[in-house]
Design a protein around this ligand. Structure first.
Ligand code: 5GP
Length: 212
């Protein structure tokens, strides 16, 4: 039963352009004990290269629309103007029930919606070291056509231009090991803020026989 004094789990949003390496950094955050992933729903098809690390619930357009109508999403958006992606509210409920920090890997539109609904959520943006490196990474994935790569680069420009408005942290993914440490360090530091631990301090003081 809730005593009303527990620390609410963090809601951590991770965004970044396609090819910035955000999925790898999300996995690094999820290596921290006390975290859990949000599994998005999407109407796009599963890719042959889809790794098990990044999982979606693949649903039809009809199923997605029905979930929207039932108010089951914390946020949802049409990404690249093509497919729908959404974060089911059930993951937020589960994270609160289990007391685990929730990690959302979502785009800038979704991040704006979550920030509006949950102002205490924390948004981290992953930046590529340079445009050239981003293009190189997108090409070497061998996953997209030339047109698709050009579209993803244009999208990256828009996302980078927009991120300063509401993202709280930024990690430049030049060296993946260092970027992973930085992403984990952000979460560790967030767990130790004065505001978050105030209730705990109150309890500690009470165990000393109360305040003066
Ligand atoms: P991909 O199709 O390459 O896996 O993802 C395309 C984009 O959709 C990425 O920027 C990814 O972060 C974003 N995305 C994945 N899941 C969600 C979600 O639940 N909501 C929103 N708004 N974006 C998502």
């Amino acid at each position: 039963m809730s005593t009303g004094t527990e620390i609410r789990p963090l809601v951590l949003i991770v965004s970044g352009p396609s090819g910035s390496g955000k999925s790898t950094l999300v996995q690094k955050i999820l290596e921290l004990p006390g975290t859990m992933p949000s599994v998005s729903c999407t109407t796009r098809a599963r890719r042959a290269t889809e790794s098990s690390g990044k999982c979606y619930d693949f649903v039809s357009e009809g199923e997605f629309d029905a979930m929207v109508a039932r108010g089951e999403f914390l946020e949802y958006a049409r990404v690249f103007g093509k497919h729908s992606y959404g974060t089911p509210k059930k993951w937020l409920e589960e994270s609160r029930r289990k007391g685990l920090d929730l990690v959302l890997e979502i785009d800038v539109q979704g991040a704006a919606q979550v920030k509006q609904k949950l102002p205490e959520s924390v948004a981290i943006f992953i930046l590529p070291p340079s445009r050239e490196e981003l293009e190189h990474r997108l090409r070497s994935r061998g996953q997209d056509s030339r047109e698709e790569i050009a579209r993803r680069l244009a999208q990256a420009r828009d996302e980078i231009a927009a991120f300063g408005k509401f993202y709280d942290f930024c990690v430049v993914n030049e060296d993946v090991e260092r970027a992973g440490h930085q992403a984990q360090a952000i979460v560790t530091a967030l767990r130790c803020t004065n505001a978050r631990l105030r209730d705990r301090v109150e309890k500690l003081l009470a165990s000393f026989g109360g305040k003066d």
